[in-house]
Write a protein that binds this ligand. Structure first.
Ligand SMILES: Cc1cc2nc3c(=O)[nH]c(=O)nc-3n(C[C@H](O)[C@H](O)[C@H](O)COP(=O)(O)OP(=O)(O)OC[C@H]3O[C@@H](n4cnc5c(N)ncnc54)[C@H](O)[C@@H]3O)c2cc1C
Length: 420
């Protein structure tokens, strides 16, 4: 089913190359690795996964699909944001492809924000090695119980000025870090102005992960195997120089929102690739398997289930494409991003569930990747803002409430509106 006519010629070409890369180079290796599941411990498998990503990176470069979103001056393909959907979707068909092409979270979102908000020195020190795959990164915002979760304004981590340095104290968890193992640096959001309006007064800092006072408490055990860790971290009197501030002072939430807006959409794109591959797997199973006299692919009720999946995936693509274009053309698309994120997360979760069902026992078994997809996809209705947090924002637009208060005007004008 080809519904890609709205994508630019370039986007289609890179998406075709990506599809060939994934089918010919990644999927055979993915089976090899997942096939050893019984023999390897989680840690062994994660290490092997990282080694595979490293090997595949060279192949991705040879096949001209490495870093589609990365500017050409940094060694990527320099594609426009509005063109990324078909490419990221193809990459999203395998977690190893995402790592190999360097389009996986959190590095992908961190590259984006370093490029947009970083100083030239920050770009040389952090962005360039990150792009080259020499280092990995994390984005540290969510905090344990008494701190910020869905409500970003509740940030408890503080950064206080002491001479030429900032001293960061706080407790974070769910800081994801990429396929290269432990992160080399972290983007940490901390409160820098206690007296300011809740939407103001936090700033983002780049912190070297081996700085004194950065304590990795644990890698949080979790559902699904995404090939990356999610850390609980204590920042205990971590001293960073003034130049480590990323973006404007007291504009940390705006920096975070800027990062998250695009990152939410690229998450949708990658997960839609997982849903699309699930449909392919389910259809192949249905074509082969028969019951009660004919193939499963001839059972009308199952055909409708597959049709429903394709239809909703098409609708999700249309929403994400529209939101991506809006961001590219206007600089922000809060409402469109929230709508796309909720719809895409529900859609991919339902599609993977349907595909597990039509594959019967093999949907549950791990010879097929569907069971892994099922575990992986569940987090998408929570990460990057839970459904309800986005529905809350959509409702604010729908009811046209929350006028900008006079004391917020200056902030909103300077940093963009991070409130929704
Ligand atoms: C796999 C994974 C990776 C992550 N990576 C990162 C990362 O790299 N960096 C980072 O900083 N964070 C990360 N997070 C954290 C993630 O951003 C948060 O889990 C998410 O924002 C929700 O916050 P919370 O978990 O604190 O949920 P809470 O704020 O405790 O909310 C719990 C639930 O309450 C409901 N709820 C919330 N608000 C409302 C409302 N207004 N009305 C009705 N119901 C509501 C929702 O169902 C929500 O799921 C990650 C999380 C996961 C699971």
């Amino acid at each position: 089913m080809d519904l890609t006519y709205q994508d630019s010629g370039r986007a289609r070409k890179v998406a075709e190359r990506t599809r060939a890369f994934v089918d010919e180079e990644v999927l055979p290796r993915e089976r090899e690795l997942l096939g050893q599941r019984d023999a390897a411990s989680d840690a062994d498998r994660q290490r092997e996964g990282r080694e595979l990503v490293e090997e595949l990176r060279a192949v991705a470069r040879d096949r001209d699909v490495f870093g589609p979103q990365i500017p050409e001056e940094y060694g990527g393909l320099g594609m426009e944001f509005a063109d990324l959907l078909p490419v990221f979707e193809q990459a999203g068909r395998s977690i190893f492809a995402m790592g190999a092409m360097h389009v996986a979270a959190p590095d992908e979102g961190n590259m984006e924000i370093l490029e947009e908000a970083g100083t030239e020195a920050q770009k040389e020190t952090y962005l360039r090695p990150l792009v080259n795959g020499e280092v990995t990164s994390g984005f540290s915002m969510t905090e344990p119980m008494d701190g910020c979760g869905s409500d970003a304004k509740q940030i408890n981590t503080t950064a206080e000025k002491d001479g030429d340095e900032w001293v960061i104290d706080g407790h974070k968890w769910w800081t994801s870090f990429g396929h290269g193992g432990a992160p080399d640096f972290l983007i940490v959001v901390a409160r820098t102005n206690e007296d300011a309006h809740p939407y103001v007064g936090t700033s983002a800092f780049i912190v070297d992960a081996d700085a004194d006072g950065v304590e990795f408490v644990r890698d949080i055990p979790h559902m699904g195997e995404s090939g990356m860790g999610h850390a609980e971290i204590v920042y205990d009197g971590v001293r960073v120089p003034e130049e480590s501030m990323l973006g404007p002072k007291d504009g940390g939430l705006a920096v975070a929102q800027q990062r998250l807006g695009k990152a939410r959409l690229t998450h949708c794109m990658r997960f839609m690739g997982m849903a699309d591959r699930s449909l392919d797997i389910a259809k192949a199973y249905m074509d082969e398997r028969s019951a009660y006299g004919d193939k499963l692919s001839q059972k009308q009720s199952l055909r409708f289930d597959i049709s429903e999946g394709h239809m909703r995936l098409h609708a999700a693509r249309a929403m994400v494409r529209h939101a991506a274009r809006t961001i590219q053309e206007t600089g922000s698309a809060d409402l469109e991003v929230s709508m796309s994120k909720v719809f895409a997360a529900r859609t991919v979760q339902d599609i993977v569930d349907t595909c597990v069902q039509v594959c019967g026992g093999n949907g549950i078994g791990k010879d097929l990747p569907l069971a892994d997809f099922y575990e992986n996809v569940r987090c998408f209705r929570i990460v990057d803002g839970a459904d309800e947090a986005h529905m809350r924002s959509i409702a604010k637009h729908a009811f046209d409430d929350e006028e900008i208060k006079p004391e917020e005007v200056e902030y909103v004008t300077r940093f963009g509106d991070p409130r929704r």
